[in-house]
Write a protein that binds this ligand. Sequence first.
Ligand SMILES: C[S@@+](CC[C@H](N)C(=O)[O-])C[C@H]1O[C@@H](n2cnc3c(N)ncnc32)[C@H](O)[C@@H]1O
Length: 235
Amino acid sequence: MPDLEHNFMYRMVRRSRLARHVIRDIGFALDMQLLAAYKEPEELALLRRVKKESDIYLTAGEAYMVYTLARAQSGLPGAMAEVGVYRGGSGKLICEAKGERPLHLFDTFQGLPGTHPHDRGFFQPGLFAGSLESVQAYLQDYPQVFFHPGIFPETAAAVEGTRFSFVHLDVDIYASMKAALTFFAPRLVPGGLILVHDYQYPGVRRAFEEVFSANGHTVVPLNTSQCIVRGPCAS
Ligand SMILES: C[S@@+](CC[C@H](N)C(=O)[O-])C[C@H]1O[C@@H](n2cnc3c(N)ncnc32)[C@H](O)[C@@H]1O
């Protein structure tokens, strides 16, 4: 488990809103320079545009993973989903990649719900408050995008019988992550994936330990704050 309490960058980010913004913006710009050495100009232009339009809460490399995995998974049957939409930045990347596949977007649109002691004070309720109407307007040109405002999993009933090829979870905190992993992991199509943000946080790690201790899912940590969850392989 990463020692975030003693990490210089995390201490700065926790102490000051300004530091948080500066570190995020500089980080994004540096990441873009790295990506420019490997990736297509059209993909870089998309990332730059989404950052500008939505203040996406991912690094450029993380945003690239959302886009490229959604694109890879769009050839499989099944819907896509995201829990943790905020201003719609990562949702827009999925929309750009998904083709005609349905995309279900879950968020309170009023920021994080209550936290748990497992979150060790890293997040406060209400952080990342957004607006359902503005995200709906932002994504209005894409087909088959469905909004589920409210606290997940209370909003999950509408997709109880749906199977998913790609799920993006960006919810930051223990209770939300546990609920989302519990719901989506058994609903992946063969070959389906869950991409998870914030895998370094204690609440998220705890949710993983509790949900995946006893079944066949494989967790692959990436060299960002993300990890990928792959469903059980057919025997
Ligand atoms: C860091 S933001 C997501 C950032 C976003 N993916 C982007 O592209 O910028 C985390 C979001 O998770 C949402 N969230 C956390 N737990 C939730 C839950 N149980 N139900 C619905 N939304 C939740 C918050 O409202 C917040 O908008």
